[in-house]
Ligand binder design. Structure first.
Ligand SMILES: *Cc1c(COP(=O)(O)O)cnc(C)c1O
Length: 407
């Protein structure tokens, strides 16, 4: 008797038994207060649920608006703004792999985990990467940077604006860019955790490539990122002789979609729509007001944490505001704190790649007063629950003083 191959053959790989998302996800969503991804506004979530044609008039209009809003956020008049299907790291790789190749001299100012990632990406495209290794919890002085530039004669300098891992802020960014420019180098800035949370002026500061992710300062979804190249950087991209080994990240191919209404790969349309809404909300708020909101919220959070009796990791002079590092009390691991606050208080915060800290983000929607009260309270209660002596009421009071302008 003939048998149907569909019904009788037993599959070599059996169909797995899985749980539904409803069974896996918590009934009440966790408040995302770690180093990203961050909560998204309703308009972003709504846009992310839509699929449209990735080519054609509607998409062209969306892309045009995304680029013009991104120019505002990057503070650049450069034409060369592009989106990237991928995480912030894909945007980093797009910058490096288009501007550097076999033998390119790259100087990477290495403040920690993420700035090292950019150096590693440079090595992988065959660049001759030297690093300026900066001590943990510190920034390099301009003298050290000038000396490294003289020594290494880089064609490209890479630097992170906010080193999310150890929560250090490279506050000399403008001066670093000027030093690199004076030596004839292009400057790539990783602004993944800082863009739209603090000033960054691509044109005025002479930066040649800026990259950001969706899921941090912009409060969009993870997986769609942005990059901007200066005219000088774009000229280098166009002038290279060997093609970029990364086909998806090839800026010349991406130009087809992002500037010529053509096809490169199928764009993550929902994510681009989400990014459009995130950028629109930034524009509606204005950068000035957004920076002020981030600054006020982050400083109030820092005051609250310190008043409670916990120690902040980065010294004040180079402390990053968009991600706040908090020392974990002796006898506990970051995982102890993160798991307790998540399980008992439904608040997610982050550890940090082996450092003895937990990190609370202050990016986009995380900088809302109600989120801060809940987070400071949850952190304080977690400490109390773990048996750490903290003054939780003092922490909440300091937070309130910070948010209400010290009154
Ligand atoms: C988060 C982050 C990255 C990496 O972004 P992904 O989206 O995780 O790839 C790179 N640099 C900095 C400064 C970051 O904060």
């Amino acid at each position: 008797m003939p048998t149907s191959s569909f019904t009788s053959a037993s599959s070599a790989v059996p169909c797995p038994v899985v749980e539904s998302l409803d069974a896996i996800l918590p009934e009440e969503p966790l408040l995302m207060m770690g180093a990203g991804p961050v909560p998204i506004p309703a308009a972003v979530a709504k846009a992310n649920a839509i699929v449209i044609n990735h080519l054609g008039g509607t998409m062209v209009k969306v892309i045009g608006q995304v680029k013009s809003m991104a120019r505002y956020v990057f503070q650049t008049n450069s034409k060369w703004v592009l989106g990237v299907a991928g995480p912030g790291s894909a945007a980093m790789e797009m910058a490096i792999s288009n501007l550097a190749w076999e033998g390119t001299r790259v100087l990477s100012i290495k403040n920690g985990f993420f700035s090292e990632r950019m150096a590693e990406m440079g090595r992988r495209v065959g660049a001759r990467v030297s690093t300026l290794d900066v001590a943990d919890r510190a920034v390099a002085s301009l003298e050290e940077i000038a000396e490294a530039i003289r020594r290494e004669r880089p064609e490209i300098v890479t630097v992170v604006q906010g080193e999310t891992s150890n929560t250090v802020w490279n506050y000399h960014l403008k001066e670093i860019a000027a030093l690199a420019k004076a030596a004839g180098a292009l400057v790539i800035v990783d602004a993944v955790c800082t863009l739209s949370t603090m000033p960054l002026e691509m044109d005025a500061w002479g930066i040649d490539a800026v990259i950001t992710g969706g899921q941090k300062g912009l409060s969009s979804i993870p997986g769609v990122s942005l990059i901007a190249f200066s005219d000088a950087a774009w000229k280098r991209v166009k002038g290279r002789t060997a093609p970029n080994a990364h086909w998806c990240l090839d800026a010349s191919l991406a130009e087809n979609f992002w500037h010529n209404a053509g096809y490169h790969y199928t764009a993550p349309v929902s994510g681009v729509l989400a990014l459009h809404e995130a950028l629109r909300l930034v524009c509606a708020e204005t950068l000035e007001k957004r920076f002020a909101r981030h600054l006020k919220c982050s400083l109030a959070l820092q005051d609250g944490v310190a008043a409670m009796g916990l120690r902040l990791y980065a010294p004040e002079a180079c402390r990053l505001n968009s991600v706040v590092g908090i020392e974990v009390p002796d006898g506990f691991s970051p995982a102890d704190v993160c798991s307790h606050i998540s399980r008992m208080h439904q608040v997610e915060i982050s550890g940090s790649f082996g450092l003895p800290i937990v990190r609370v983000g202050q990016m986009g929607e995380q900088c809302r007063e109600h989120n801060l009260f809940r987070t400071v309270h949850a952190l304080g209660r977690t400490m109390v629950d773990l048996g750490v002596r903290v003054d939780l009421p003092a922490g909440v009071a300091a937070l309130e003083r910070g948010l209400s302008g010290g009154k």
